[in-house]
Design a binder for this molecule. Sequence first.
Ligand code: NAD
Length: 480
Amino acid sequence: MREHDRLFIGGNWAAPAGTGVIEVVSPHTEEVIGRVPEGTEADVDAAVAAARRAFDHGPWPRMTPAERAAVLGRLSAIYAERQQEMADLVTAEMGSPILFSIFGQAALPQMVLQYYADLAASYPWEEERPGMLGPVTVTREPVGVVAAVYPWNVPQFTLMLKLAPALLAGCTVVAKPSPETPLDAYLLAEWVREAGVPDGVINFVPAGREVGAYLVAHRDVDKVAFTGSTAAGRQIGEVCGRQLKPVTLELGGKSAAIILEDADLATTIEGFKMASLMNNGEACAAQTRILAPRSRYDEVADALTAMVAGLNVGDPADYGTEIGPLVARRQQERVENYIRVGQDEGAKLLTGGLTRPHDRGWYVAPTVFGDVSNDMRIAREEIFGPVLALIPYDGEDDAVRIANDSDYGLGGSVWTADVDHGVEVARRIRTGSCGVNLYVLDPNTPFGGYKDSGLGRELGPEGLTAYLEHKAIPRPHPAS
Ligand code: NAD
């Protein structure tokens, strides 16, 4: 049991303004495993004031990138040493299978932190350009106080996509963890103190969406970075639009995996364990539309059904588990409702369905629907659970058309024996990323969405640029 009665604000453990408490419930046992204060608007005011002071008067934005990178490097070293603790904690909070958690909930966030620490040395912070009337210095300055609002599914990863580049840029941050997963932020806050990050540079206010909305609209916040649902992203985008505040939005997805005629089926289907079902299917970039050539449709249906039916569903802390419980009863009911929708729409249930694999815990049977047409709701709407839609296609152009026939544009993949040809197909998919024979998010390359999947990019040098203002300083040619 982890009990916290303070908030990490201004580098200290501050007493919360309110008396509300967030209870963190294990999705496996349905028992309370932790309590933290529920942040209020007054706590947001205090956190933003601390971040504002640290930005306007503190050392952080005035340090050189190399000096900030050294602090990030210290934090990264602590993270690397204690990442198992982080993986165990996120698994306990939200049910991520421990083997995925070790990678996606702990190692990957640490790699992102280290990536940005290393990027400081090669990033073009300042350059001289020839101008019309003389030389121009083009410099990049931190955008200011950042509000980072992030979801429960990969809390450390989605936070680190914002925190690491914001800090390297010289920004200060108020982060709002989701009420489902506030505990991992407390562990990170301990490490932030150990690493010697100056007071007020990072602040955490765990709270629900109303307090999140208050933070986003706060006049002393200069930039918003949000990961979450498309519905919330639209609201946040509207607020930032009115205030002309820069905003990065990483939103939902309904990505397609295209199996080409020549794909090796055994490795392809095995690859879907990660690409389509990672993190119990609670992944924005999960490829939940499986596009199969009609000529191989039966073969694909059989292999996919066998793989999904054979998945080990159980205690997420168990190293043999492939699918754990969903984050909350609400999410279990949402996913089950989509299974009902699929049946009502006439899709063919190939495996899974509404029988719960365990009586206790928020489990859903991993499910495959066959004979899905791309206009069904189960092919258009984000389900956010282990439910796959198998869609037949006729020819490669048809596959590309179906993949692109989506309101979303986040991820995707192409599976083929001819990698060069796979790359050509990937170029035709209107999404922010599309893998060939794998799907992976690389710290060094941009990640983000086309269409309703978002605005802007995280990761890579692009992810750092999002936290910088560009300033030009022109001057006359020196007198000769
Ligand atoms: P959500 O939008 O309900 O909440 C996300 C976060 O935003 C939470 O911290 C929540 O408290 C806060 N929030 C909600 N409405 C807000 C508002 N109007 N103003 C300010 N804050 C607000 O999403 P969720 O259910 O927690 O997470 C699942 C969603 O996140 C899925 O749609 C998934 O695709 C998306 N997601 C996207 C990515 C990506 O990188 N594109 C990554 C992970 C998750």
